[in-house]
Design a protein around this ligand. Structure first.
Ligand SMILES: O=C[C@H](O)COP(=O)(O)O
Length: 264
């Protein structure tokens, strides 16, 4: 089946760049992409800054009518109330967020986020019109035991429990093998395809195979301009969730422009 999925390159800044640095970074990114005549309809570009940067990014994007979209790195499963330190989906929507990253391995590991919490956050995101970028992926021990597919699919199924098929249709899934995050250790294109293809198959079981063909499955883990094209050449990889390399706007622009450095 011919794919109609628009690739998405999303830069997860993690806990980097304050609100002033956010403005200069997004400006440089947009200028670089403008110089390259980037077609945002062909490859969508998103930044995912810390919460404290979102208002500044919103102001810049609105004022300069940028085509770059943005999102948050997490949200609360709660609607509002006495939850000190939490940020609700309503607040993120009001800040113009398109996306929200949910279930990143760093949240699962350092904040003990269980599959149940991830599931509640996915449902909260949809309830507020935000598109989840749901992160899944195995650690090194699971990979060494050869259980990466079953482990990752179990995470997908748990995160999407009781989520209506029409909502699943618009989700973005990011396959991020934990051993490849921030380590310089990149999964081979074949490793990425094996799990991304399996994710698409399970999405087909959860909703419908035709719908699953339209869902974007990203790869994340040490993606750089030098390796992105080989990963993007895989049939079930529809973009990247980029950490470290997204902090450099010129490098991130090269990642978004991966098609321009594919040698035919
Ligand atoms: O969210 C992004 C991923 O954790 C990948 O991070 P990285 O590109 O620094 O390996």
């Amino acid at each position: 089946m011919a794919t109609t999925r628009t690739p998405l390159m999303a830069g997860n800044w993690k806990m980097n760049l304050d609100h002033q640095q956010a403005i200069s970074t997004v400006q440089k990114l947009s200028w670089t992409l403008k110089d390259a005549k980037h077609d945002y309809a062909a490859v969508e570009v998103a930044v995912v800054p810390p919460f404290t940067d979102l208002r500044s990014v919103q102001t810049l994007v609105d004022a300069d009518k940028l085509e770059i979209v943005y999102g948050a790195q997490d949200l609360s499963k709660h609607e509002s109330g006495a939850y000190t330190g939490e940020i609700s989906g309503t607040m993120l929507k009001k800040l113009g967020c398109t996306y929200v990253v949910i279930g990143h391995s760093e949240r699962r590991e350092y904040h003990a986020e269980s599959d149940d919490v991830v599931n509640a956050k996915v449902r909260a995101a949809f309830a507020h019109g935000l598109t989840p970028i749901l992160c899944v992926g195995e650690g090194l021990e699971v990979r060494k035991a050869g259980n990466q597919v079953s482990h990752t699919l179990a995470q997908v199924e748990a995160a999407l429990a009781d989520v209506p098929a029409e909502q699943i249709a618009s989700i973005v899934i990011a396959y991020e093998p934990v051993w490849a995050i921030g380590t310089g250790e990149v999964a081979t294109p074949e490793d990425a395809q094996e799990v991304c293809g399996a994710i698409r198959r399970v999405l087909g079981e959860l909703c419908d195979q035709t719908v699953a063909e339209g869902i974007r499955v990203l790869y994340g883990g040490s993606v750089k301009s030098g390796n992105v094209a080989q990963i993007m050449a895989q049939p079930d990889v529809d973009g990247a969730l980029v950490g470290g390399a997204s902090l450099d706007p010129e490098e991130f622009a090269k990642i978004a422009r991966y098609q321009s450095h594919v040698v035919a």
